[in-house]
Write a protein that binds this ligand. Sequence first.
Ligand SMILES: *Cc1c(COP(=O)(O)O)cnc(C)c1O
Length: 462
Amino acid sequence: MRYISTRGQAPALSFEEVVLTGMASDGGLYVPETIPTLGHDELAAMAGLSYAEIAFRVMRPYVNGEIDDDTFRELVRDAYATFSHDAVVPLNQLDANHFLLELFHGPTLAFKDVALQLLGRILDHFLKKRGERAVIMGATSGDTGSAAIEGCRHCDNLDIFILHPHNRVSEVQRRQMTTVLADNVFNVAIEGNFDDAQAMVKASFADQGFLEGTRLVAVNSINWARIMAQVVYYVASAVALGAPHREVSFCVPSANFGNVFAGYIAKRMGLPVAQFVIATNANDILHRTLCDNDFSKQALKATLAPSMDIVVSSNFERLLFEAYGRDGAAVKALLERFQHEPTALAEAPLATLRESFASHSVDDATILEVIREAHHRTQEILDPHTATGYRAAERARADATTPMITLATAHPAKFAEAVVKAGFPGVPLPPHMDDLLEREERYTVLPAELSAVQAFVAENRR
Ligand SMILES: *Cc1c(COP(=O)(O)O)cnc(C)c1O
């Protein structure tokens, strides 16, 4: 198994190289050269297995023997032992045929833990084998930073530097990062906004001279290993509801498209999925593209579901590559045009996408209404991201007899602002986090200057 770029011009890479590389040198994203399949019998045999064992079987072809089976099983087992529910990602039945897939039982209470708990361990394994160390740099406005820190805190060969805008992330989100006191974790509060932090990380990747040869690794959702880890819960939940003997549908609160793209890969591997419903907040590029063929950027809107506030969905490029028949030149031309002007997809690829995907966009007022309505009907308090999914699943599902699985991407305690605005007194943090507000914090405040940040990274890496 080799990995190729969606823009057709970068060299093909092994699994190890692709995990350590991130973006392709031609500006594209890496995808597997061929998508492995799981036969009917292989899927049927997964019924009743542990999540970790299903994860091992689903991901094994992508790892391609580059980690031996026993070691890979152990990495997977360790990664998912950090989740507080025995099922790792339990299903919760809401009504006759609508289920929530609870992806928020990991260390930071959001679905990004599923991928990042494993990615940190895979990176550490490869670095140790190579006798190398690496530095991770990332900018965060909340969710990804804490999940990346939790995923790397025990990794001996990695140092992680996460930049967040000083005084501009919620206290819970900041403390989920700054109370991790491991020697290889460095939180930097930038005296600026998220865009300043993001720009400094990008500049550091573009010119890595300040690290004097140490590798800089990205753990954002363009890393293939994150997609791979997310394929697993589509398979595990569908099998729990009767696949491969019965079809299911999924509704996915979406932003950068990594999550729902993993579902699409599960379908291509052979999972019987009737429909994917893409839920967006008011940042609705995915909905506009599918519905009106309006593939254009619009100004960022700050919403009650902040982890879905995006202008561009980076992983959508991976789906476009498939829809355009894996024509890298066509994808490159389309995305270069998209950078500068509003554009549209060609008719045939758009028609292909519409066969598998429907979409629905949910504004802030509706998010609050849905939190109240879902509680009234099911006693569940949904987080605002999951609320977009709940509504989209109801509005866009093709039929009522196929089970609909809506992905619950965050725990409601993490996004108390929306829950309180919807009229609830708030939701307590789960027991393992209830002293979060008393724990010791550690972070360094730096000016929004590239030289200051790079000097800090260069001095503190081990
Ligand atoms: C990141 C995130 C999303 C969006 O996922 P994508 O893979 O970017 O589409 C949705 N909900 C929550 C809570 C998130 O943290």
